[in-house]
Design a protein around this ligand. Structure first.
Ligand code: ATP
Ligand code: MG
Length: 306
């Protein structure tokens, strides 16, 4: 079973590029979101055994998240519904150059409420999405889960570094701890720039494989992907698409890769499928409105049946 734990959010996306979240304008939403939610939903969409650990409020946003995840096949028995806290929210607006600005409401909402952490069964995979390590409750929860995974199974890590995370020494310490422990490391180009300034993706991949990682993959947006499982170094160009909303592409990519690896697919096939899934993901608005199934992915790729 693949588990992830973290913030469950309702997200609103502005239609107007450059509205900066300071102008009254048109938004789409609520959308089910939060990096861990997008990831685990995609694991289920490609047929993986998926379970989520987190919390939502006893409100319409919470019901939306529960319903979407359950409908897509995620085990939500560890998705707690708080009677007192509301569901966390996020607002996002893009700029002309594709960069974005967010307003998150997580502190003091159900999004960072981790009262009941289950004990994961032997042989589990735990995926950590690192964007919210700046939140003390989420950080403490991740540290606890990491300690629990000692000798218990596979840990995969998508750092999703935000610049402010690197400036906080206590956060940096946890990031280093997760990098040391993880078996599968899935940074993006910008994560590499933040964590290993001046080094190329290829050098970082080779060094980390040498240090004992099983798989290292660097996500490169519209430039595709570079990765290795210790055998060949694989570079795949991206599928040519029109990018509408890039939020969640990395989580969709990781969900596809981990979901297929867990089903016994060879690394090369899982990587190619993830590369297609990430590309499809950016073509529709909403953080997890276009989490493609294996048959959607197969329309762009030949994967031998299991
Ligand atoms: P996130 O914003 O979710 O953190 P990320 O930076 O972790 O994203 P990206 O590199 O943006 O991850 O995207 C993950 C993968 O999705 C890429 O490696 C690529 O395979 C695919 N992808 C992303 N953007 C595009 C694009 N514009 N065109 C084609 N493929 C894309
Ligand atoms: Mg990312």
């Amino acid at each position: 079973m693949i588990y992830t734990a973290g913030e469950m959010l309702a997200e609103f996306v502005s239609h107007e590029i450059g509205c900066t979240l300071q102008k009254t304008t048109t938004f789409s939403g609520p959308y089910p979101s939060g990096a861990p939610a997008i990831f685990i939903d995609q694991v289920a969409r490609v047929g993986g055994a998926a379970a989520v650990i987190g919390a939502v409020g006893d409100d319409p946003f919470g019901e939306m998240l529960r319903h979407r995840l359950a409908t897509d096949g995620v085990d939500i028995s560890h998705l707690h519904t708080s009677k007192t806290l509301t569901t966390g929210t996020a607002f996002v607006s893009y700029f002309e150059d594709g960069s974005r600005t967010f307003v998150f409401h997580m502190d003091g909402t159900a999004a960072d409420d981790f009262a009941a952490i289950p004990t994961l069964p032997q042989g589990s995979t735990l995926h950590i999405s690192g964007a919210s390590l700046g939140n003390p409750n989420i950080r403490a929860m991740i540290e606890g889960m990491l300690a629990q995974m000692e000798g218990r199974g596979t840990v995969s890590y998508d750092p999703n570094i935000r610049p402010e995370l690197m400036r906080d020494p206590s956060v940096r310490q946890v990031i280093d701890q997760i990098i040391t422990r993880c078996d599968i490391f899935l940074p993006s180009d910008s994560d590499i720039a933040a964590l290993y300034p001046g080094q190329t993706a290829e050098t970082v991949i080779l060094d980390l494989l040498e240090a004992g990682k099983k798989i290292v993959v660097v996500k490169q947006g519209a430039n595709g992907v570079l990765g290795s499982d210790g055998t060949a170094m694989i570079r795949l160009p991206a599928l040519a698409v029109h990018e509408v909303d890039p939020t969640g592409a990395g989580d969709c990519f990781c969900g596809t890769l981990i979901g297929l690896l867990d089903q016994g697919r060879p690394f090369k096939e899982a990587l190619a499928a993830a590369n297609i899934a990430g590309a499809l993901h950016v073509t529709r608005r909403g953080p997890m409105e276009w989490n493609p199934t294996l048959s959607d992915i197969n329309e762009h790729l030949e994967i031998a049946p299991a």
